[in-house]
Design a protein around this ligand. Structure first.
Ligand code: AGP
Length: 611
């Protein structure tokens, strides 16, 4: 949430910062602003999307080679010009941008007002600008350290001071901030995407650290001013991966990239001895053999991936597996101990709810494995082991390719656990791995046949609501289909287990209501398939318009389906890799038919760094 860019070098900062903000706009898009140092300190900020700010700074460019910018997802204060960042001090000497929530801002604001400061916004951020004004005696980094020690909550802060030319200072606690190290130029950003066009050399900042950027280098300390070790890394993708590449929307491109994303996630994962190769492993096989319970913890789409993983983990490893929304996990005091394996799933690696779950689990001595798409992000850094999904950057706010790669990664993890614990034979594992390796081609084949799904979506753009039904792994797929439609098309959409429908939700079914049904393979548990065919008849008898997703060759559903969407055959547990795809396309096309921006749906942000 909120995108931050800082720059010092020899280029015009405005261009670098605006370009960085464009690449970070997925993090928040209700207002934006920039501050540029050039003898004086000039701030421009505008409510609305970045385009509003762009218009202003194109008409009246700001010059200077030191600057910063912000694209906002509002927490405190409405998305107005006044509440946009950068926020400034009374004397206009300090400008600050912020991502996160300063929990003790009300008390700090009252104290500042007692000391004569006038606060001009409704934001929690503004207090930092006034505190820096008080603390600054020539060293902005030192002032930042002093201020950070007074703050509670989560924050990434970047600041400029009129009297600190050529200096950009950043600080982080519980929110992301990365340094980009170029040749005679340095960057700060919430995400490497902001500076990837200039450098692929990045430096992770740790918890409670302050960084000072100058043209000749950077210095990182802890909040007390002590030296710290930082980890440098090379980003393994380039700027072109975060471009639309001819697609009108990132989401369309990311849906199309799914075969490659899944193939990359599978690539080279097994060593000669069959062991899964985790990217970072601070766990040994004895610890995995001692595991007696698995928790999967995640939010949103990643939570749906976890629900699918539960079926695979329990079936293949015979370990009990619970799946929990990260925002609920720590507050209900789950029973965890050293024999509990907690698997957290997060595309961004920065989701605050999930991060707090990681910390809670580790405090209870549980072992934590992260499945993550973002190298160097906080969640993998704080976990015991990491399996990266190699989907590449996902810019569209709605998760698509990362969902399929998350499912893929959980299959790998489940197979690895089964191997280590001896709950499957080697040839059984090999058989599933081979099926998985064939999945990218089947996803591609699914994508090649979605044109009728698009036509159907356009036809249903006026529907008041859509229901989604599934059984077994089809149930989380139904939830994901409904979530996509809600977030993109702003439509009422619900996913239900098909068997649960008769216990209440069937009352929603009325004449013409579109109901999408994800049908399990008849080659799997025959009884499940038969029950689903009955469920389709039940809703059809009540007037529903039935849209049935069924595998090739399943003709039992045809008589009861108003529309059939075909997907290639895969083993039951792996079927979500193909059944999800038409639902993504359906939601995207329906939202486009309604005239919505599918990359930046209203009220959302991609990386949710507040609880
Ligand atoms: C899905 O389309 C959403 N963008 C959202 O539900 C997302 O999956 C959730 O916020 C979790 O994000 P994470 O994977 O980055 O932790």
């Amino acid at each position: 949430m909120c995108g931050i860019v800082g720059y010092v070098g020899d280029q015009e900062a405005l261009g670098v910062v605006m370009d960085g903000l464009r690449r970070l706009e997925y993090r928040g898009y209700d207002s934006a602003g920039v501050a540029i140092l050039d003898g004086g300190l000039t701030v421009e900020r505008r409510a609305g999307k970045l385009a509003n700010l762009d218009k202003e700074v194109t008409a009246h460019p700001l010059t200077g080679t030191t600057g910063m910018g912000h694209t906002r997802w509002a927490t405190h204060g409405a998305p107005t010009d006044r509440n946009a960042h950068p926020q400034t001090s009374c004397d206009g000497a300090v400008a600050v941008v912020h991502n996160g929530i300063i929990e003790n801002f009300a008390r700090l604001a009252a104290d500042l007002e007692d000391r004569g400061h006038e606060l001009a916004s409704d934001t929690d951020t503004e207090v930092v600008a006034h505190l820096l004004e008080e603390q600054f005696t020539g060293d902005l980094a030192e002032a930042m350290r002093t201020v950070c020690r007074q703050l509670d909550g989560a924050f990434t802060l970047v600041a400029l001071h009129r009297d600190a030319p050529g200096v950009v200072v950043g600080a982080r606690r519980n929110s992301p901030l990365v340094v980009g190290a170029g040749d005679g130029e340095y960057f700060l950003a919430s995400d490497v995407a902001a500076f990837i066009a200039h450098t692929r050399d990045a430096v992770e900042l740790g918890q409670d650290q302050v960084v000072e950027l100058r043209r000749d280098g950077y210095t990182v300390t802890d909040f007390a001013g002590g030296p710290v070790d930082v980890k440098a890394y090379h980003v393994d993708w380039d700027a072109s991966a975060a471009e639309k590449s001819g697609y009108p929307y990132f989401m369309l491109k990311e849906i199309a990239e799914q075969p490659v994303a899944v193939a990359s996630t599978l690539l080279g994962r097994f060593a000669d001895n069959g062991n899964l190769m985790l990217d970072e492993l601070r766990l040994d096989e004895d610890e995995l053999r001692a595991v007696d319970k698995v928790f999967i913890v995640a939010c949103g789409t990643a939570y749906h991936a976890g629900l699918i993983a539960k079926y695979a983990i329990e079936h293949w490893t015979r370990l009990p597996c619970e799946v929990e929304m990260a925002s609920e996990f720590r507050y209900r005091d789950p029973v965890l101990d050293r024999a509990t394996l907690v698997v957290v799933i997060s595309q961004s690696g920065e989701t605050m709810d999930t991060l707090m779950a990681v910390r809670h689990a580790r405090e209870q001595a549980a072992r934590v494995v992260a499945i993550c798409n973002t190298n160097g992000s906080t969640i993998p850094r704080e976990s015991d082991a990491v399996l990266y999904t190699r989907a590449g950057p996902e810019v569209g706010v709605a998760a698509t390719k990362t969902f399929l790669t998350q499912i893929t990664a959980t299959y790998l993890l489940a197979l690895y656990l089964a191997q280590v614990r001896g709950t499957m034979y080697g040839d059984e594992i090999t058989d599933i791995v081979e099926q998985l390796q064939g999945a990218p081609a089947l996803i591609q084949a699914t994508l090649a046949t979605v044109e009728p799904v698009r036509a159907l979506a356009r036809e249903l753009a006026g529907a008041p609501a859509v229901l989604f039904l599934g059984r077994h792994v089809g149930y989380p797929v139904a939830l994901e289909g409904a979530l996509k439609l809600k977030e993109l098309a702003y439509m009422h959409a619900e996913g239900f287990p098909a068997g649960e429908l008769k216990h209440g939700p069937i009352a929603l079914v009325e004449d013409g209501l579109p109901v999408v049904v994800v049908v399990p393979s008849p080659r799997g548990r025959n009884v499940l398939h038969g029950k689903m065919v009955s469920n389709i008849q039940e809703i059809r008898a009540r007037g529903a318009r039935t849209i049935v997703i069924a595998e090739d060759g399943d003709n039992d559903v045809t008589p009861y389906a108003d529309s059939v969407i075909r997907v290639p055959q895969l083993p039951t547990l792996l079927a979500p890799l193909v059944t999800t795809v038409p639902l993504q396309v359906f939601a995207c096309e329906l939202a486009l038919a309604k005239g919505h921006d599918v990359d930046q749906p209203r009220n959302l942000a991609k990386s949710v760094t507040v609880e």
